[in-house]
Design a protein around this ligand. Structure first.
Ligand SMILES: Cc1ncc(COP(=O)(O)O)c(C=O)c1O
Length: 436
């Protein structure tokens, strides 16, 4: 069993998160409950600051906020002087409400809507990661409308396969994201941007995928990007002044996962770019990275109450909990693996192979595929580890389950950050209208 954060410990017959007893959280807030260790989040953001932002000149780490988006995370992130990656006007709106500096928001996405582009530019978001030709037209149109300049990095496909599951690979040739480098497509896009009156070409962006453990994938992508920078200069006479190397840094969900050190990845990225630019006698470009899961993934622990327990002879033991694919879609979607414990049996032998199921009417509704636990009983509290990234942000109301609350813990205290949904919330958008 792996507790992938120094901010949680099993001690005194319970699980403590930032020195808060998980059983007290259950009593206070109920289950299912997303618990986020602010201690862990702050530690990781501080790593981005001290091991990248403060270490190099002319760099900016971004937190990929799709991994966990709410007012509080934007407030905390802004304290560290770093930027964020947003993929919708919705995320941008929350960041702005939290007081985030719009000039440090980088707007991503493969189909930014005209209304979203309008919203972003109207609200002073001026960094766009441009994905397609239609977007170039739209950004020019709305930048002109507000008489503003948009700084563009162009997402280019490096044709590298990396990432923990096919659905989170984004840098291979058959992808919906970015411009292909084939037949000079990305060069045409850059030329179009250079010719635009309100968009300033700054550089190139790549994100090869998520949950990446392969250093070589980052190395290959950066070598390819240096070659792109040469090609852009040689063919168009345009300098690449910004390279955004993306995110995707794998974290440990189980003891089989061996994450790379943050500084191992970033120093490779910086060295390859520096060598490549030195060879041409060019000044170092600005370098951005944008991890999401790395910041929040291991901060999260989901607490569930165990309901039914079924032993199917010679097959398996199913332990059902009071949530499921509505609060954790990653197991069904990506075949994700997890670790966890029964909190009230933290010291008992883990001698039963259990499948943790949800309460949703789908066979795919599995929370943890296989895990060794003490024999479970109704009323036990199951803690699933490493649920901070892409859990709350991907949650749904399927089967009309209210979304769980999100509680932050820090230095021995807890606070509610997102309240549990009520049945009234489930119909908050329903209207009764006559046909017209
Ligand atoms: C463009 C881009 N950048 C960064 C990320 C963050 O990835 P991760 O959370 O794996 O670091 C993603 C994730 O989908 C992404 O699409």
């Amino acid at each position: 069993m792996v507790l992938q954060t120094q901010f949680a410990q099993i001690r005194d017959r319970s699980l403590y998160i930032d020195d808060v007893d998980a059983m007290d959280l259950v009593k206070k807030y109920g289950t299912p409950l997303y618990v986020m260790s602010e201690g862990h989040i702050r530690h990781q953001l501080n790593e981005l600051k001290t091991k990248f932002l403060d270490k190099y000149d002319h760099v900016l780490p971004l937190f990929a906020s799709k991994s966990f988006s709410c007012l509080e995370i934007y407030r905390i992130t802004s304290e560290f002087g770093i930027g964020i990656d947003c993929v919708s006007a919705g995320e941008i709106s929350i960041a702005l409400k939290a007081g985030f500096d719009p000039h440090k928001i980088y707007f991503h996405g493969n189909n930014k809507l005209p209304s979203e582009i309008d919203y972003a530019i109207a609200h002073d978001v001026d960094h766009f990661v441009i994905d397609n030709f239609y977007e170039i037209e739209l950004v020019e149109k709305y930048a002109k409308k507000y008489d503003k300049t948009i700084y563009a990095t162009v997402r280019v496909v490096p044709e590298i396969k990396a990432g923990g599951h096919g659905y989170i690979q984004t840098g291979h040739k058959d992808t919906k994201f970015g411009f292909s480098a084939r037949n000079g497509i990305y060069l045409k896009a850059i030329q179009q941007i250079v010719d635009s009156a309100h968009i300033e070409f700054e550089g190139i962006h790549c994100h090869i995928g998520s949950q990446v453990f392969d250093l070589y994938a980052y190395i290959s992508a950066m070598h390819r990007f240096v070659r792109f920078a040469y090609e852009i200069y040689d063919q168009l006479g345009v300098m690449v002044k910004v390279i955004n190397a993306g995110g995707g840094y794998g974290i440990a969900y189980t003891k089989k996962d061996e994450p790379l050190e943050f500084e191992t990845i970033t120093s490779e990225i910086m060295n390859i770019i520096k060598d490549g630019y030195d060879k041409r006698g060019w000044d170092m470009p600005m370098v951005l990275v944008e991890p999401g899961r790395y910041v929040v993934g291991n901060a999260g622990i989901t607490l569930y109450t165990v309901g039914s327990v079924k032993d199917i002879p010679d097959v398996r033991t199913y332990m059902s909990v009071d949530g499921g694919m509505t609060d954790n879609i990653r197991t069904a979607l990506y075949d994700a693996q997890y670790d966890g414990i029964i909190v009230n049996k933290a010291y008992e032998r883990r001698d039963t192979k259990v499948t943790v199921a949800g309460k949703i009417c789908e066979s795919a509704d599995i929370v943890v595929k296989e895990i060794m636990l003490p024999y479970p009983e109704p009323g036990d509290i199951f803690a699933q580890f490493s649920t901070g990234a892409y859990h709350y942000s991907m949650s749904s109301n399927y089967n009309q389950l209210p979304k769980p609350a999100v509680v932050f813990t820090y230095q021995g205290k807890s606070k509610l950050v997102i309240r549990r949904q009520t049945f009234d919330d489930l119909i908050a958008f329903d209207v009764q209208e006559d046909y017209q």
